[in-house]
Design a protein around this ligand. Sequence first.
Ligand SMILES: [Zn+2]
Ligand SMILES: [Zn+2]
Length: 188
Amino acid sequence: MEEWTCRKCGASKPITKFTKHTRSPTGFIQPCRACTSASAKTWAHSHPHSIKATKRKYLSNERNRAKHNAGTQKWHANNPKKVAASLQKYARNNKAKIAAKIAKRQARIRNAPIRETVSLDVLWKRDKGTCQLCFTKIRRKTERSMDHIIPVSEGGEHSYRNTVLAHRSCNSRKGNRHNIAQQQRLFS
Ligand SMILES: [Zn+2]
Ligand SMILES: [Zn+2]
């Protein structure tokens, strides 16, 4: 295989270790990939705001967001141990915050117009272990959660007909936005 000498770090490497570029006749350009990613990292480090703005702009597009979410989910599915470890770490370091959040949620549920005991196990069976927000399978131990179709904070019931099974990640991303299709599906 053809070798190039990186003009930045001076190392000799196979051409495939260089930066990919579709318009270059060889398909690659200088410097080597390691150098390119190192300088991208340095740049990102010194321009945190531009990175955030670029990311925000990218994710404001519906299709990009779907792509991004699918990628995140795939990573989560392939790295269950890392996900569990980071959840545990977060739980350890944010005990007060989590307790406050749970208390707030319970208070909201107490004030819901219609209230019944909703079991995650029953939702799991009813929704066949599938997230009702992204319609992919859920890992029972680490990913499942209950999602209120109409948020309790907006007057939704705490009942089976107002709850669906969802990935924790999908649930938190959804925030308080209503999923119209689901509402129609379940309330009609
Ligand atoms: Zn290099
Ligand atoms: Zn999901």
